[in-house]
Design a protein around this ligand. Structure first.
Ligand code: NDP
Length: 294
């Protein structure tokens, strides 16, 4: 068997186009554009790339992008003051503070300062709690993107066995919550899990969010399973001095047994920003008390 490739890039493009239509409709109804504020502290090169890309995509979708670039030595109190200012700004529907923050700043404190109704990253404990108890809120973008790909591929997920490898607050845990809400039987594996290969083997759905290059092998996968690879790992390429991106799943061996699999790059990665734009638009409609057509 050769697995079908789940084309996250194409799915994300469709989602972004839909968000663009809804953003135009929002502007017509509300008399203003939806707005996303992105705060970057310091000069981490990867974070700079993400922030630039988020800003560009926000504008392309017909929304306002407000970028705040603060120096690496910004005091925690000053960052908290910026967050407060954005909380109070009616032109700002979504606030995203790019992580990681410099070591002298307490990330949890900053996330806690964001108004949960503008927390389009879904990292605030209020939104984690809302997800856990099934109330409307904001769900972290990467796992929500994974769920969209799974539902697009499989339709009803009810009763399926799902194994999520990784228990981070931003990917693994919310992914598990989303799959529980879809009535999957969910196992969350992590670095202390015994006999991971056997645990993975019983899954109809495998979501790998580990951060270890090509760790999940094809012979761990149940034939016909659907594999979602969240990992982004930079490794040495075939040519000397060149690098390439690989996932947490050993793609070739897994694709030989799975029924469908996301590639890296071009799978989960493009979904994250598309879902961020969607979350921002949802925030805008809610902030204006407007109804959002599904
Ligand atoms: P974290 O480092 O926060 O979490 C990794 C998880 O993997 C932890 O729960 C850890 O277990 C578990 N783990 C580590 N080693 C093993 C092992 N040998 N066996 C089983 N489990 C293990 O990472 P994130 O959740 O933030 O990210 C995971 C991956 O997803 C990374 O590659 C990251 O780059 C990528 N990513 C991609 C995004 C995208 O847009 N596509 C967005 C976010 C992340 P323990 O808890 O016991 O330490």
């Amino acid at each position: 068997m050769t697995a079908a490739v789940i084309d996250g890039k194409a799915f994300a493009a469709t989602l972004r186009a839909r968000v663009g239509d809804l953003a135009a409709a929002f502007e017509a109804k509300a008399g203003r554009k939806a707005g996303l504020a992105v705060v970057l502290v310091g000069e981490d090169p990867a974070s700079q790339v993400y922030v630039r890309s988020k800003g560009k995509s926000t504008v392309e979708a017909g929304m306002n992008s407000f970028e705040y670039k603060l120096p690496a030595d910004t005091a925690e109190a000053d960052l908290l003051a910026t967050v407060d200012q954005l909380n109070a700004d009616p032109a700002v529907d979504g606030i995203l503070v790019q992580l990681p923050l410099p070591k002298h700043i307490d990330e949890q404190k900053v996330i806690a300062a964001i108004n949960p109704d503008k927390d389009v990253d879904g990292f605030h404990v209020t939104n984690a709690g809302r997800l856990a108890v099934g109330q409307p809120g904001f769900v972290p973008c990467t796992p929500l993107g994974c769920l969209m790909l799974l539902k697009d591929r499989l339709g009803d997920l009810s009763g399926l066995d799902a194994v999520v490898i990784g228990r981070s607050n931003i990917v693994g845990k919310p992914m598990a919550q989303l799959l529980i809400a879809e009535s999957c039987t969910v196992t969350v594996a992590h670095s202390r899990t015994k006999d991971l290969a056997q645990v993975v083997k019983r899954a109809d759905i495998v979501v790998a969010a580990v951060g270890r290059a090509e760790m999940v092998k094809g012979d761990w996968i149940k034939p016909g399973a659907t594999v979602i690879d969240v990992g982004i790992n930079r490794v040495a390429g075939a040519e000397a001095g060149k690098t390439k991106l690989v996932g947490d799943v050993d793609y070739d061996s897994a694709a030989a047994v799975a029924s469908a699999i996301t590639p890296v790059p071009g799978g989960v990665g493009p979904m994250t920003i598309a879902v961020l734009l969607r979350n921002t638009l949802v925030a805008a409609y809610r902030n204006e008390g407007l109804e959002l057509a599904a």
